[in-house]
Ligand binder design. Structure first.
Ligand code: GBH
Length: 488
């Protein structure tokens, strides 16, 4: 068996963070409870034809009313941390700090207190896609005023929760927000009127908003609260389809420059990647435009954005094999990037067509982050897989997925010297999988969404993951049975 494919024995750092994740819209339900305002996902899911089976998050897992149950699930998997997000319109119904919903604040205060009482540290995402509809009505992420709205919202959360919360994530997956929300429109708010440009505008404002929120924390709260704050960036890992073809090698690099680099480059290195600047400018001019469709940062903005990270938050799910394609006169993100991709035939299927199991790509992207972005501390903020179809609580595929991915993470740490600090599994429980509705299930716990009580039932992978957590990695079986494997 090649070295790369074998399981390596060994452990993570003593202080390694073990976590599992959810997000507000995907689990909370209670979409109009106690003064909550509407979000763009309420609007989107209530528009027929946008979400599979016209599912919505009105009730979802009803986590808003099941705090004790959910804390019980977290205790059962023995995680040290729990990553969840705050619903902006639950706290600020019209998106602005002129109207604070204290009932919404109280709910998250109770979540935080319950976690701490269970000795679980909160890891809070400020924005996991549920923008207040009131802000979308003013242009959402396309309107630069959102930068101030977001930093005001962040300021409020730091001031109310920061005594107890030491890990913050500003934005989850800006790539998806910008590209699917404002470019192609397959996610809320469903804007697709100009996919040549609007994803770049949205991304530009998201990057600035992230940076301002980081500065608020840094200037006003860090000294006293002593927490960490960063952004979560999602990316696939791209390999050339044919490793002997220079154009495929170049295409794979361009795929990375346009994916992870779109956000990581400004925040870690100071500006958009050279290849994004070059290709989008060239293709804009060729189409007869006077300037690039990619907005520019001023030198002052570059200085303000660069370095606004305390760690690298990574969401990794899958890999691709890339080759170049000429899209002719089409102007959109895919055409600017100028590649297509396939999945390798050996990568196992999951319940989501876009997600093939590619654990080796996880190790590769971690090494890439070390090399490209100055060896930052890395917290994996999501990684996981789905199933669909009939319920089968014996989810061996999930245990297999976590064993292989966490082991590649260990190799990145022990062999490649990546500064790996934590790992977060997506997801604690089956929930509303965005435009796929309830049809794709990522959870450790199965949730029966047809039952009024939304009961949670552990899948077999719960005990596998709990063993990983309890052992802090992979103890050498040659040393005999380990205490950490006894979960009682
Ligand atoms: C993450 O997105 C999210 O942070 C999380 O909320 C989500 O539940 C989880 O991963 C699992 O998806 O069906 O061809 O249109 C990962 C990025 C964005 C990947 C949407 C799948 C849809 C592809 N996802 N994308 S398609």
């Amino acid at each position: 068996v090649p070295e790369e494919e074998k399981i390596m024995w060994g452990h993570f750092r003593e202080d390694f963070l073990w976590s599992s994740s959810t997000s507000a819209y995907q689990i909370e339900g209670a979409w109009t409870a106690d003064g909550k305002g509407l979000s763009i996902w309420d609007t989107f899911s209530h528009t027929l034809g946008k979400v599979a089976n016209n599912d919505n998050g009105d009730i979802s897992c009803d986590s808003y009313n099941k705090l004790d149950v959910d804390i019980g699930l977290l205790k059962q998997i023995k995680v040290s941390h729990y990553r969840f997000s705050i619903s902006w319109p639950r706290v600020l119904p019209d998106g602005t700090i002129h109207n604070i919903n204290e009932a919404g604040i109280n709910y998250y205060q109770r979540v935080i207190d319950a976690l701490l009482a269970a000795n679980i540290q909160p890891q809070i995402t400020l924005y996991h896609w549920d923008l207040p509809q009131a802000l979308e009505d003013e242009g959402g992420w396309l309107n630069e005023t959102i930068v101030d709205r977001f930093s005001d919202y962040a300021d409020l959360l730091f001031s109310r929760f920061g005594q107890k919360v030491k890990l913050w994530i500003t934005i989850n997956e800006a790539y998806i927000v910008a590209l699917l929300g404002y470019g192609y429109g397959s996610f809320a708010p469903g804007i697709n009127r100009d996919p040549s440009t609007l994803q770049y505008v949205a991304a530009h404002n998201i990057i600035k908003a992230h940076a301002e929120a980081w500065h608020v924390y840094n200037d006003k709260y860090r000294a006293e609260q002593k927490g960490l704050i960063s952004i979560t960036i999602n990316s696939e890992w791209a390999e050339p389809r044919n490793p002997f073809k220079q154009e495929d090698i170049d295409g794979a690099k361009r795929y990375m420059d346009f994916f992870i680099g779109w956000f990581a480059n400004p925040i870690f290195n100071g500006d958009y990647t050279e290849s994004m600047k070059k290709y989008i400018l060239e293709r804009s001019l060729a189409a007869g435009l006077e300037k690039s469709r990619l907005p520019e940062f001023t030198p002052a903005e570059i200085a303000r954005i660069k370095g606004t990270h305390d760690f690298f938050g990574l969401n990794y799910y899958t890999s691709v094999l890339v080759f170049p394609v000429d899209f002719g006169n089409t102007l959109n993100y895919d055409a600017d990037r100028g590649v297509a991709f396939i999945h390798d035939r050996t990568w196992l299927d999951t319940g989501s067509s876009w997600l093939k199991m590619a654990p080796l790509g996880f190790r590769r992207i971690l090494k890439y982050i070390k090399d490209e972005y100055g060896n930052p501390p890395v917290i994996v903020t999501e990684n996981g897989l789905s199933e669909n179809g009939p319920i089968d609580l014996n989810d061996e595929h999930r245990s297999y997925f976590y064993e292989n991915h966490v082991n590649q993470l260990l190799k990145a740490y022990l062999v490649d010297g990546v500064d790996v600090r934590g790992y977060t599994a997506w997801s604690l429980m089956d929930n509303l999988e965005w435009a796929a509705g309830y049809s794709e299930r990522f959870g450790f716990f199965y949730v029966n969404h047809s039952h009024p009580d939304r009961p949670r039932t552990p899948k077999a992978s719960v005990s596998y993951y709990t063993t990983l957590v309890n052992c802090n990695g992979f103890p050498d079986p040659a040393e005999g049975p380990h205490e950490c494997m006894n979960l009682d």
